[in-house]
Design a protein. Structure first.
Length: 200
């Protein structure tokens, strides 16, 4: 395989061929089976320094122009894309040419980024400055209404950010724990605490 890309910022074992980068992008879409933005795909590949940033963007643009990728919806203010039938053929026929470690790292990062975006869409945290500290309001959205919401006091911004991070890391566990407490369901309380300990 000829090296025909810039190699700045690429880790050992990364991709140095435009063809390989395009195959990896198609592989990601084929494996994730969901619409993704160019920004998310680029971040997934760059997280482990698998390819040069500018080469990834150039490869993405070529795939769109070549009708391997087609525009889908606009999600969270970003244009997303889906794999076309041509793109699926590329992924299915050529992905075996990529190193397993490259595919595994990029796919893991893409799935983590998608999960994080989904969490932010379904769960929100607002931090409001008050006279004596900060008010942290956490919400789990259920369609058009709040399924669950609560506010906590934080003495400083650092504590408020920690609360935000903790809630967004375990929103389901927080909800299950509070629901179990409010309904005084001992079995559900034990289950919620087990979930918490398993994630810590």
């Amino acid at each position: 395989m000829a090296f025909d890309t810039f190699d700045e910022g690429i880790a050992l074992g990364g991709l140095r061929s435009k063809h390989e980068i395009k195959v990896l992008i198609c592989y990601l879409f084929h494996s994730v089976r969901d619409a993704m933005s160019e920004e998310l795909v680029t971040e997934a590949i760059r997280e482990y320094e698998l390819a040069n940033f500018f080469e990834v963007k150039a490869a993405f643009d070529e795939l769109v122009r070549g009708k391997n990728l087609a525009p889908a919806d606009i999600t969270d203010g970003e244009q997303t894309y889906r794999l076309t039938e041509n793109g699926k053929m590329v992924a299915e026929q050529l992905e075996s040419a990529l190193a397993y470690s490259v595919k595994e790292k990029a796919l893991r990062c893409a799935l983590e980024l998608l999960a994080a975006k989904k969490t932010l869409r379904e769960n929100t945290v607002d931090i409001e400055k008050t006279e004596d500290g900060f008010r942290v309001t956490c919400r789990i959205l259920g369609g058009e209404t709040d399924l669950f919401s609560f506010s906590l006091y934080a003495p400083d911004e650092e504590q408020a950010e920690l609360m935000k991070k903790s809630f967004l890391s375990y929103p389901t566990t927080v909800y299950k724990t509070m629901l179990a407490l409010m309904t005084r369901n001992r079995a559900n309380i034990d289950e919620a605490l087990e979930d918490l300990y398993a994630q810590s």
